[in-house]
Design a protein. Structure first.
Length: 202
């Protein structure tokens, strides 16, 4: 699963934005001065994937009048390609619709949209707090069916978390890095193989 496109509107004071992340052989670097929107981009990614590290209300503009309804939309599109492919069509999009009327709590609706042609979805599944499918089921599908870890994906992109990662104690940093890249499993399998070889030689 390769991140392919990010779109958002109604987020903070930014105009509707579309970011092209496509090309599976490229690495994407998001850079810029303070206030350019780097953190906003990563908050959007974490928010639409339902990361526990992102507070959705942090995406609301501080300049929105108190008597005005806040509406926002975030879409993160993946191409089902690369090293990790899943049992799904060629494109999978995660979408978050947000609405907050004056004096009311934030209303969220998550969607998973799938199809072989971008924006021509063959299936769209809705997740809401009072619906047939809830937010926990959404997050479980993102994590286990589509193999995208919301918190780790957010950690990779978010500069502040990366800075914290850089100043961690060496052993803790290696432990997290090993889990993120499966090195811990490789090491465990290698140790088990060594034990089997010893038993065979005896």
């Amino acid at each position: 699963m390769i991140p392919w496109r990010l779109r958002f509107s109604g987020v903070r004071d930014y105009t509707p934005t579309e970011m092209d992340l496509s090309d599976k052989d490229d690495h994407i670097l998001i850079s810029g001065p303070n206030g350019a929107g780097k953190s906003t981009v990563t908050f959007c990614m974490g928010g639409v994937l339902y990361s526990s590290k992102v507070d959705i209300e942090g995406l609301k503009s501080n300049n929105l009048p108190s008597d005005q309804t806040w509406r926002a939309k975030i879409e993160l599109l993946f191409k089902n390609d690369g090293e990790v492919k899943v049992d799904a069509p060629l494109y999978v999009q995660f979408r978050l619709d947000i609405e907050q009327k004056p004096g009311d709590p934030v209303k969220k609706e998550f969607y998973i949209e799938e199809g072989d042609v971008i924006d021509q979805w063959q299936r769209s599944t809705k997740f809401s707090s009072g619906g047939n499918l809830n937010f926990s089921e959404y997050k479980n599908l993102v994590l286990y069916k589509y193999a995208v870890d919301p918190d780790e994906f957010y950690l990779i992109w978010y500069q502040k978390e990366v800075n914290q990662f850089a100043v961690m104690h060496t052993e803790e940093r290696f432990r997290i890095f090993s889990e993120m890249n499966g090195i811990d499993k490789i090491q465990k399998n290698w140790e088990q193989s060594k034990e089997l070889v010893k038993e065979t030689e005896q």
